[in-house]
Ligand binder design. Structure first.
Ligand SMILES: Nc1nc2c(ncn2[C@@H]2O[C@H](COP(=O)(O)OP(=O)(O)OP(=O)(O)O)[C@@H](O)[C@H]2O)c(=O)[nH]1
Length: 257
């Protein structure tokens, strides 16, 4: 299956910056980047190096250029590639892009990630003015990355996080430095399996876990770096939160959420 990663986000949010970082991690793969520009002049394609780039310009792939987009994808999947990264314009609606995947595309590809980059510095102002795009980009994302964290204070950051969570309570929100959190509510496993899972989590094979806390039935556990403690208490709702440089895909597989 060809992996598809969609990296959306408002104008200037940091999509190209994120994709360039992502490409550094994926040197061994055959990748095609679909770059969608609203204007005629391609700028982003010049900023990205080392991969094949398909440009679709003069409009958004979510509306006027939707057919071009679908045709481009259908042609691409005939080739020997591992991954397609899609960078829509900043004013694209993510729901429309997701609805462009025809049966032919879905049969050959698997959506690996649906990311929205949120500019922490400008988000609250832009949200007031351009709410529609944001709402769609945020509600349809699986992962939300905050950029420009270096340019905001803690209070603004909390407000940005609160506002995003109101629109999408299930997306993982993380900063571009790679420290993120992942939570599971109502997950199920046996106490024996829980011990195996905790051993795996602290092994380093699932990323670097800085902190973890959770409950499973009458068990409670704490993870700090590469150690964990497991104790028995009164019955609670099954919950688990992990914070760190996480390999979320593998963690989701491990926990089964
Ligand atoms: N201070 C700061 N600047 C950032 C950060 N991320 C991106 N930028 C800057 O923000 C500007 C826009 O970043 P891009 O990655 O080009 O954003 P984009 O979403 O691809 O922009 P468009 O394609 O025009 O919509 C650039 O000058 C980046 O260097 C960040 O975390 N902190």
């Amino acid at each position: 299956m060809i992996k598809i990663d969609i990296v959306s986000g408002f104008l200037g949010a940091g999509k190209t910056t994120y994709i360039n970082n992502m490409l550094k991690e994926l040197r061994d793969e055959k990748i095609v980047l679909i770059e969608n520009e609203f204007g005629d002049v391609s700028i982003d394609a010049d900023l990205i190096k080392g991969v094949r780039i398909e440009e679709i310009s003069s409009g958004c792939i979510c509306c006027v250029l939707k057919e071009n987009f679908t045709t481009t994808l259908e042609e691409l999947i005939e080739h020997d590639i591992d991954r397609i990264i899609i960078e829509p314009t900043g004013i694209s609606t993510l729901s429309q892009i997701l609805s462009s995947f025809t049966q032919k595309i879905s049969a050959r590809c698997q959506i690996n990630s649906i990311i929205t980059i949120v500019d922490a510095k400008n988000f609250l102002d832009q949200m007031e003015t351009f709410g529609g795009f944001f709402t769609d980009q945020i509600t349809n994302a699986r992962d939300i990355y905050l950029s420009k964290m270096d340019r905001v204070d803690e209070e603004t950051l909390s407000e940005v996080r609160r506002s995003i969570t109101q629109l999408n309570s299930t997306a993982v929100i993380e900063d571009m430095s790679g420290i993120s959190a992942i939570s599971f509510i109502g997950y199920q496993m046996s106490p024996d399996r829980l011990k195996e899972v905790l051993d795996s989590l602290v092994s380093g094979r699932y990323g670097r876990i800085l902190r973890g806390k959770g409950f499973l039935g009458n068990h409670t556990f704490n993870i700090v770096n590469d150690e964990y403690e497991l104790a028995t208490r009164e019955e609670r709702e099954n919950k688990l939160t992990l914070i760190g440089n996480l390999d979320k895909e593998k963690i989701r597989e491990l926990i089964g959420g």
